[in-house]
Design a protein around this ligand. Structure first.
Ligand SMILES: C[S@@+](CC[C@H](N)C(=O)[O-])C[C@H]1O[C@@H](n2cnc3c(N)ncnc32)[C@H](O)[C@@H]1O
Length: 184
């Protein structure tokens, strides 16, 4: 009985430490002006998948710039098994979670680090880039537009750059959601 209580206590402490680590990491990155790791909602994810199927059916590679917990990359890769999906995430906890989620998936890869450094250093071009970041970070995304054939930006447009398409998505209690499509 005592043994069981000790095990539960240890699990409880581990759980608390993980939650505290995630919270502190999120706070530090928000202070550094990085978007928090909030996954795009189900409807927004579906809208991106629909847009890819409708307008870019021949896309073979996609990169999520700031892939958070990996939900977007995993969802796109599942619906499009011919696409090679890459996610780059700067926060350790969401990265580890996404990395583990993709351990047995052949067409999914998660990379830990700054997505802008990754884009600068890689020779790879991507058919599609996806971004769900803060407005301030979208200015940096603009510098890397030539790395993608097309960029799908969820909710936060690139300031002062006209998208080739602006898709009105659903409205929820927080806001009207939009998908912006950019081409260099
Ligand atoms: C709002 S979440 C979006 C997550 C995911 N793309 C989705 O749609 O579900 C933004 C994520 O981008 C990450 N991020 C912000 N700036 C980044 C950067 N420069 N490099 C890599 N990741 C970044 C944040 O840590 C956060 O997890």
């Amino acid at each position: 009985m005592n043994f069981l209580i000790y095990i539960l206590l240890i699990l409880f402490i581990i759980f608390d430490v993980v939650i505290i680590f995630i919270s502190i990491e999120q706070m530090i990155h928000i202070i550094m002006n990085h978007a928090p790791s909030i996954s795009a909602g189900l409807k927004s994810r579906q809208a991106i998948i629909d847009e890819i199927i409708k307008d870019f059916p021949n896309a073979k590679t996609i990169i999520d710039i700031g892939s958070g917990w990996g939900t977007m990359v995993n969802a796109v890769a599942k619906k499009n098994p011919n696409i090679k999906a890459t996610g780059v995430e700067i926060m350790l906890a969401p990265f580890l979670f996404s990395y583990i989620s993709a351990l047995f998936k052949k067409n999914v890869k998660f990379v830990f680090g700054d997505a802008f450094k990754y884009l600068k250093n890689t020779n790879n071009k991507f058919d599609i880039g996806v971004a769900y970041l803060l407005s301030s970070e979208m200015k940096d995304v603009e510098k890397f537009l030539s790395n993608f054939d097309v960029l799908l930006a969820l909710d936060f447009p690139i300031p002062n750059l006209e998208p080739i398409k602006k898709i009105r998505l659903h409205k929820d209690i927080i806001k009207q959601h939009w998908l912006y499509v950019y081409k260099k």
